[in-house]
Write a protein that binds this ligand. Structure first.
Ligand SMILES: [Mg+2]
Length: 256
């Protein structure tokens, strides 16, 4: 389904502020249909810190559980556990990938443990629910977490029925974003044409493989970034700070 969307000056300003390529071949078209968004038919969203505000700091609870898991696994103190956790995240894409490769950890055991958290600090956002409901095309969740946890989060956010599909860490065969194989598998599994897809993630480093496949890329610059976004500026089409606001403003322009 074709849609035409207008590039918002707000996003242009944000992108310029961050030095991102939010322009079309270097030319700004404020108030006109944005060619980068006009043909998008598949909308792909990261989950954690993307579909709910990073300010909820939900991930801190998972982070604590990861540290506790490693502390127990290696019989070490918190400082060493934290060091191992960060090293694996940096070197393997996720803490889990490093634990599997270097410590033979069972992924289901790890995922069940770290995601056993209270979701009370996140809540449904009526603006996001409405925007996703009105967004034409297919919508997907692409997450390095597992489907059971993601389903709990989506349910809590009032988005249990908002998406056409999900690609989780099990579907990735535990090769997480930003490994390019995860993106290819996502597209193949769901019949997504990457040249007519958009991907939004709060970690800039996850955008490069999407861009390489031809996707429009959106960086949610909400303060949660833990990757090296500096290296990926050229891979970012849009820089936004709130997915609800961005989608709602695009849809408003579309209807105008
Ligand atoms: Mg995220």
């Amino acid at each position: 389904m074709f849609i035409s969307l207008v590039q918002r000056p707000r996003q242009t300003d944000a992108a310029l502020r961050h030095g991102a390529d939010c322009m079309n071949d270097g030319i700004r078209y404020p108030g006109r249909m944005n060619p980068k968004l006009a043909d998008v038919e598949s909308w792909i969203f990261d989950l954690d810190n993307s579909l709910y505000p990073a300010s909820t700091n939900l991930f801190a609870l998972i982070d604590e559980r990861m540290e506790a898991y490693i502390r127990r696994l290696l019989a070490c103190d918190s400082v060493e556990a934290r060091r191992v956790q960060k090293a694996h995240f940096r070197d393997h894409g996720t803490t889990l990938a490093g634990l599997m490769r270097e410590h033979g950890v069972d992924p289901a055991d790890f995922l069940d443990f770290v995601h056993d958290i209270d979701l009370a600090r996140i809540a449904a956002d009526p603006v996001l629910i409405d925007a996703l409901d009105r967004l034409p095309g297919r919508k997907f969740v692409f997450t390095n977490a597992d489907e059971a946890y993601a389903a709990r989060v989506l349910d809590r956010l009032g988005l249990a029925n908002a998406f056409d599909g999900m690609h989780d860490i099990h579907a990735m065969d535990y090769v997480p974003k930003p490994d390019p194989r995860a993106y290819s598998a996502l597209c193949e599994r769901h019949g997504i044409d990457p040249k007519r897809a958009l991907f939004a993630d709060d970690m800039a480093r996850n955008l490069a493989p999407a861009k390489a496949l031809g996707m429009v890329t959106v960086w949610l610059d909400n303060g949660s970034e833990r990757g090296a976004e500096e290296a990926n500026r050229g891979m970012i089409d849009f820089v936004i700070d709130d997915i609800s606001v961005w989608l709602t403003e695009m849809l408003a322009e579309e209807m105008a």
